[in-house]
Design a protein around this ligand. Structure first.
Ligand SMILES: *Cc1c(COP(=O)(O)O)cnc(C)c1O
Length: 403
């Protein structure tokens, strides 16, 4: 026993593990306090550039590693991590918009972004207008001196229209002075490169900011919430980083570890889920109870040609089914309740398939891209496709099918 009492000894123990450890997983470094060598080290200016350590809130080797890997995934230069996908949305809107500014938002934007734009931003004197993501000409007419930020989402939430990304980004470029931010959770850096959306036909055309909910594919485990904001422009990154510091967005390093564990299998999972999602979407399309299946890779689905124009070939694990109008909301709820392998709940891209009925009539300002009818959004997980198909079939036959 040393000269110190047990508690002091345990906190100041001299043992240091030997150097030379090497393994595939990244160490999980956690700290609130980051120790400085001495007061001279403490007083040294420390640029907030992700290359030095100052305080646990701003990053540890574990979170810096994740940020670098997500930047790589998105083919970006910089990445800021935040505690949820929604925090990534708010970081961008709150970080970049000022009183008097206007933000343009696609009508099929992620619901929480709509609520932020409708219910929160106006308190700061920021106005928002919705646009039809399939109509780039009408969109161009909305761009004004006041427009400082344009949100994009591909495909859009729930109704999964794929926007005319090329047309929308060309309009922004022609207008000038407007920052474009995409919610890239659906593509997750796999389906297409947000910073260069069509390198063959439109070299150099891309967004300024790509954010995604790491909660979805990057994690893949349905057990963590996190978001990322990626950029290629250092000045834009600095503006966002400033807001990031003020807003106090920190991360639990155990959560960071979970996302790091998900990344090596991200592309495999994405492609496997894509394949079974398309197969199940096509199978549902052929059912007599169904009015329309919404999935960007299905011909006839809204925005299909814009998805094709990116020629990336990838699509996420989501499709929505619009049931024929003769089925009531209660009928469709009964169908969802009869599913045995599909959980009922929000989020997606985890191992378990999910189904959620939606009433879209209150979530769009510019109308719906499909005929009337109750909609169910499916998120396909990693179960065997044949089992999921059998489950859909038994639930349809038990509830909606006509004898
Ligand atoms: C889930 C999701 C988010 C928000 O992510 P959270 O981590 O749940 O806050 C944002 N955008 C899209 C498109 C999403 O699907």
């Amino acid at each position: 026993m040393s000269k110190h009492a047990i508690s002091t000894e345990q906190i100041h123990h001299p043992y240091v593990a030997p150097e030379g450890w090497d393994a595939f997983p990244v160490g999980v470094y956690k700290a609130s306090t980051v120790l400085f060598k001495d007061t001279a080290d403490l007083h040294k200016p420390r640029p907030r550039d992700g290359l030095s350590y100052r305080y646990g809130l701003h990053g540890t080797p574990t979170s810096y590693t994740l940020a670098a890997r997500i930047a790589g995934l998105e083919r970006a230069e910089q990445c800021l991590l935040v505690p949820s996908g929604l925090a990534a949305v708010t970081l961008i809107s709150l970080g970049l918009l000022r009183p008097g500014d206007e933000v343009l938002v696609p009508d099929n934007v992620y619901g929480q972004n709509r609520y932020l734009s409708d219910g929160f931003l106006p308190q700061f004197g920021i106005t928002r207008r919705y646009y039809d993501p399939l109509d780039a000409a009408a969109f161009a007419g909305l761009l004004s001196e006041k427009t400082k930020l344009v949100w994009l989402e591909a495909a859009g939430s729930i109704t999964l229209e794929f926007p005319d990304l090329i047309g929308l980004l060309q309009a922004c470029k022609a207008h000038g002075g407007v920052i474009t931010a995409i919610d890239n959770t659906w593509g997750s850096g796999v389906a297409f490169n947000a910073f260069e959306i069509a390198p063959q036909s439109h070299p150099g055309l891309g967004v300024d900011i790509s954010m995604q909910a790491l909660t979805k594919y990057a994690s893949g485990g349905a057990d963590v919430l996190m978001g990322a904001v990626c950029t290629r422009d250092g000045q834009l990154h600095n503006r966002l980083n400033d807001a990031h510091e003020h807003l106090g967005y920190g991360l639990g390093q155990n959560d960071v570890e979970l996302v790091l564990r998900g990344l090596p299998t991200l592309e495999l999972r994405y492609r496997a889920q894509d394949a079974s999602t398309r197969a199940l979407a096509r199978w549902m399309q052929a059912r007599p109870e169904v009015a329309q299946v919404l999935h960007p890779a299905l011909p006839g689905s809204p925005g299909h040609e814009y998805w094709q124009a990116l020629s990336s070939g990838g699509a996420a694990c989501l499709f929505s089914v619009v049931f024929k109008p003769e089925y009531s909301a209660a009928d469709v709820d009964a169908f969802v309740d009869a599913l045995q392998l599909f959980g009922i709940g929000y989020s997606w891209a985890g191992p378990m398939s999910l189904a959620v009925p939606y009433d879209m009539s209150r979530s769009r300002s510019l109308g719906l891209p499909y005929a009337a009818g109750r909609l169910v959004r499916f998120a396909i997980g990693l179960e065997a496709e044949a089992d999921l198909r059998a489950d859909l079939e038994q639930a349809l036959n038990a509830t909606l099918a006509k004898a």
